[in-house]
Write a protein that binds this ligand. Structure first.
Ligand code: GDD
Ligand code: MN
Length: 377
């Protein structure tokens, strides 16, 4: 009996920190050490840990994390292989924590870590569920951003209002702190696609979260480079669309439809060119237009619809293109087959054609997602 008690008695372990700061990293070697120093200075005397979530950096970031986590018990890291993504990295870091409060900050020193104690104070006081570092609240700023980036950011702020009620002035902010209850309330409904984790948390919470904003000035990156390209804006719109319509129809399917619709224009453009411009035979012109439209659709889908499973490299792209042609050819056969049967059953010719198109499109969507852009295991 006594033996059991001895076994169950807790070891003189490290205490669970009050705050976990999650830092997503991808090739940030030269920023890690300065960031940890700045955080230590800002949170002097507070109980915290820093959890880095690294997506298999090859620039020496991991070696740096290994060394620092061995030297300092407040530093941990998660090494992910075969996956990329800011949002999912943040979510995994938070899920690995037992702390009362959870924060995210970029590794590249662009966020103002001196806000951390104020954020912590707000949450401790129970005045809010989420505290956001905002570049657009009064007193905040975006440093030296170019005009286009400012414009995009402001437009994104407007669009965010479509899916959340909270008065977020900076819904794209990657710098915030929240209670573990707030996070737990959202975590199972998150899209985790892309990088808009804050907006996602607000949009995914069953009740409305109490918000506080603290203004700050976005700093200039000193080391390394930004990983977010122009397509993140696109991802952002996808997240909003998913929250708006995702219940009714998968956003990916909507995307596929839009791309297909654009393909129709390509088809008619090429058809006109070959028929009227070059005086080709109709069969040849129609064949050329079909191949052009399919090729266009393949590349646009690869870029947008399947951004997360994008095929890269000559051989994978070529293989994908061939399988896309093959699937679409079968889709065309199914389309004509169904339309013909419907027509014989005395459907109106327009309805018969529509039935064929619907069957063809659904087939193309389902089959290309299985064969052309198959999900990695
Ligand atoms: N683990 C992981 N995986 N980390 C990543 C990835 C990824 O795929 N992509 C980027 N990161 C890390 C970077 O290493 C950095 O620490 C942080 O995420 C932000 O990435 P940046 O590449 O520096 O982004 P940014 O400065 O262009 O974007 C900032 O502004 C956006 C608002 O427009 C960030 O603060 C975003 O969070 C913010 O939404
Ligand atoms: Mn940055």
């Amino acid at each position: 009996m006594d033996d059991h008690i001895a076994v169950l008695a807790p070891p003189p372990a490290r205490a669970v920190p009050e705050l976990t700061i999650v830092v997503p990293t991808f090739n940030e070697r030269d920023n890690i050490r300065p960031l940890l120093d700045l955080i230590a200075r800002a949170l002097d005397g507070d109980s915290y840990e820093v959890v880095f979530v690294d997506d298999d950096s090859r620039d020496g970031t991991l070696e740096e994390l290994q060394a620092l986590s061995r030297a300092d018990p407040r530093v941990r890291y998660i090494h992910r292989i075969g996956r990329r993504g800011l949002s999912s990295a943040v979510v995994e870091g938070m899920l690995s924590s037992s702390a009362t409060y959870l924060a995210v900050i970029d590794a590249d020193l662009q966020h103002d870590e001196t806000l951390l104690p104020d954020m912590l104070a707000v949450l401790r006081g129970g005045e809010a569920d989420v505290v956001v570092g905002s570049r657009y609240a009064d007193g905040g700023g975006i440093g030296q951003w170019d005009g286009t980036r400012q414009l995009i950011s402001r437009a994104a702020t407007r669009i965010a209002r479509l899916i959340i009620r909270a008065d977020l002035t900076d819904p794209m902010s990657g710098f915030f702190m929240l209670t573990r209850e707030a996070f737990a309330g959202s975590v199972r409904n998150l899209s985790t696609q892309g990088y808009k984790i804050l907006l996602d948390i607000f949009a995914s919470h069953p009740s409305s979260l109490r918000l506080r904003e603290i203004p700050y000035e976005f700093r200039i990156r000193q080391h390394g480079e930004s990983k977010l390209d122009a397509l993140v804006t696109w991802e952002y719109l996808m997240l909003v669309a998913d929250k708006l319509f995702g219940r009714f129809v998968p956003v990916r399917f909507l995307m596929f439809l839009i791309v297909g619709g654009l393909g129709v224009f390509v088809h008619f453009g090429v058809l006109t060119l070959l028929l009227k411009g070059l005086g080709s035979e109709f069969e040849i012109a129609q064949t050329g237009a079909t191949v052009a439209a399919m090729t266009f659709n393949f590349f646009l889908n690869n870029l947008l619809t399947y951004r997360d499973r994008r095929l890269r490299g000559f051989w994978r792209v070529s293989g994908g293109l061939v399988s896309f042609y093959a699937v679409c050819s079968l889709g065309a056969v199914a389309n004509v087959g169904v339309a013909t049967v419907a027509f014989k059953e005395e459907f109106d010719w327009r309805l018969a054609a529509l039935a064929g198109i619907v069957v063809g499109v659904v087939w193309n969507y389902a089959a290309t997602s299985l064969f052309t852009w198959k999900q990695k295991k």
